[in-house]
Design a protein around this ligand. Structure first.
Ligand SMILES: [Zn+2]
Length: 118
């Protein structure tokens, strides 16, 4: 084989190698994406299982149940602080922000004039 034939083969091989590498990179990206999607689905399933377990075992005296209750209480406190900063309180019936001095909740119509008496 002459020099040009060798060069031609070499270019053809390199092109094939690059094409293969690009395909592998594409496959890798797709596999990594598919893995992330499945991991996300799995996390949601674990979360659903955890919520279901919590609902059925919320009277248990275990550390994780206590931690969840404490976190829920803290979230409620923070939500109240946010309502206060916005100039109101949560409607006792539906939780919507009721502005200071309002007599009724604008969302559900609950009479709320007494929640500001303190
Ligand atoms: Zn309401």
């Amino acid at each position: 084989m002459g020099f040009l034939d060798n060069l031609s083969d070499s270019i053809a091989n390199t092109t094939r190698d690059i094409s293969k590498m690009a395909q592998n990179a594409g496959d890798m990206t797709k596999l990594q994406y598919d893995k992330k999607v499945k991991e996300g689905e799995l996390s949601k399933l674990y979360e659903r299982l955890g919520r279901k377990y919590y609902q059925e075992h919320s009277d248990e005296d275990s550390e994780i149940i206590k931690e969840i209750k404490a976190a829920n209480l803290r979230i409620e406190e923070i939500a109240k602080d946010i309502m206060l900063l916005k100039g109101g309180k949560a409607c006792p019936r539906c939780g919507t922000l009721v502005k200071n001095g309002a007599k009724f909740c604008s969302a559900c119509g609950e009479k709320v004039d007494d929640i500001f008496e303190d």
